[in-house]
Design a binder for this molecule. Sequence first.
Ligand SMILES: Nc1nc2c(c(=O)[nH]1)N[C@H]1C(S)=C(S)[C@@H](COP(=O)(O)OP(=O)(O)OC[C@H]3O[C@@H](n4cnc5c(N)ncnc54)[C@H](O)[C@@H]3O)O[C@H]1N2
Ligand code: MOO
Ligand SMILES: [Mg+2]
Length: 408
Amino acid sequence: MTAVAEVSQARPLMPVEQALEQLLALAEAAPIRETENLPLAEAEGRVLATDLVASLDLPPWPNSAMDGYALRLADWQGQPLPVSQRIFAGHAPQPLQPGTCARIFTGAPVPEGADCVEMQENTEVLEDGRVRFLEALRTEQNIRPQGQETRKGEQVMSAGTRLGPIELGLAATLGHGRLDVVRKVKVAVLSTGDELVEPGLPLGPGQIYNSNRRLLVSWLQRLGCEVVDAGILPDDLARTRACLAELRGVDLILSTGGVSVGEADYLGAALREAGELALWKLAIKPGKPLTFGHFQGVPVIGLPGNPASTLVTFGLLTRPYLLRRQGVIDVTPLRFDMPAGFDWPKPGTRREYLRARIEQGRVRIYKNQSSGVLRSAAWAEGLVEVREGSTPKQGDIVPFIPFSELLG
Ligand SMILES: Nc1nc2c(c(=O)[nH]1)N[C@H]1C(S)=C(S)[C@@H](COP(=O)(O)OP(=O)(O)OC[C@H]3O[C@@H](n4cnc5c(N)ncnc54)[C@H](O)[C@@H]3O)O[C@H]1N2
Ligand code: MOO
Ligand SMILES: [Mg+2]
C-alpha cells in the first residue's frame, strides 16, 4: 500500500478535458463492431450502424398542403370553375380536365395538369356547384412538391446516430421497417465494499445500503447497455483479482469503490498489479480517484464509491466512453449559460460539479455538496460547473448541465 500512497502524491491531477479525451481515444480503439438488424419497435435507444440513405423521394409525389381546390392557373381567368373530381388522401387522381378544378384534401396527390391549390376558406361555392376563387392565386401555392423534404439517395442519418422517437419516426417516413444497429455494450456492474448490503435486507453494525448498484444498473439500461450484475465484492485483493478474471466476456467492467488510497481499496491495486492502469486521479470534484485500466485485456472503469462521485463520474466520463464504443459521435452534453444564484468564494484546485437546480432563473446549489450525499442529486435538476481557481458569485454566468442531458 505504501507504493499506492507514493503514486498518489507524486502524480499531478489530470484535468477533466484530458481525461475525457483519453477515455474517448481508448473507446475508439476498442469499437463494438458487431451489428444486428432490428425491427423499429426494438431499435429505440440503440445506435445506427450504417448510414441511412433515402430509398424514395419525400413526398413521393406532389401533394396538397390544404383542404381546398386544385386548378391550373393558365385555365383560370377569374371566372368560377366547375368541379370535375374529388381527390382524397390515399387515392390516385385522374389528370385534371381542362377548364375545371378538382376538390382536394390535405395530403392527397395533386392531379397531373394542376399547378395550384387554393384553401377552401378563400373560395365560394355557387348554387350551380362551380367554385369562385376570391383571392389572387400563384402557381405552386399550397403544393408540397415531390422530393421537397428528401431526395432519393440522400443521406438522412449517419452511422453513430442514437435512435430515439424522432429518429425512429424519420426512418419510418422513409419506409424502413428494420435498421442495422450496433450490438449492445455488455457492462458488468460490480459494487465493492465490506460495508454494503442490498436494500430490503437488515443492516448489521457498520453497514450501509448499496445505492450505486441500483443507480448504475438503471442508468446503463437507459443507455441501451446489456448489464451483467456482478453483485457485491468484499474488500479483499485475492477476491478482487478472481472476480475481475471471471468477468472476461464483457466489454467493460464498471465497479464502484475501492479506488482511493485506503488500506481496503483493492480495485486500483489489482489493476496496478496487472500492469494495466491507464488513468488515475483527476482534477474533478467529486470523483478524484476515478480509475481506468485493463484487467487481462478487459477495460475496467473504477468509479469512486461515494454516491455523488459515482453519479458525476458516470455521467461526465463513463457515459461518453460507452457511447463512443458504439460509434456515437456526439457525446457532449448540452450546457446552458445561467446566472449563478450562489456565491463560491473559495477557489478549488479541482473542477467542481455542484448539484444544482434552477429557481427564478438562477442556478441554486444544494446546501450539502458532500460527495456522500446522493440526496443532493435527487433535489437537483443538473450539475453546475465551477472551473479550477474560479470564484463565481451571484449573477455571474456559469455553465449548467441538466440531468436530462446525461441520463439518456
Ligand atoms: N487519504 C485520502 N483519502 C481519500 C481520498 C484521498 O485523496 N486521500 N479521496 C477521497 C475521495 S475524493 C473519494 S471520492 C473517496 C473514494 O473512495 P473509494 O472509491 O476508494 O471508495 P470506498 O473507499 O470504497 O468508499 C467511499 C465511500 O463510499 C461509500 N460507498 C462505496 N460503495 C458504495 C455503494 N455501492 N453504495 C453506497 N455507498 C458506497 C463507502 O461506504 C464510503 O463511505 O475516497 C476519499 N478518501
Ligand atoms: O472526489 Mo471525492 O468524490 O471528492 O469525494
Ligand atoms: Mg476508499
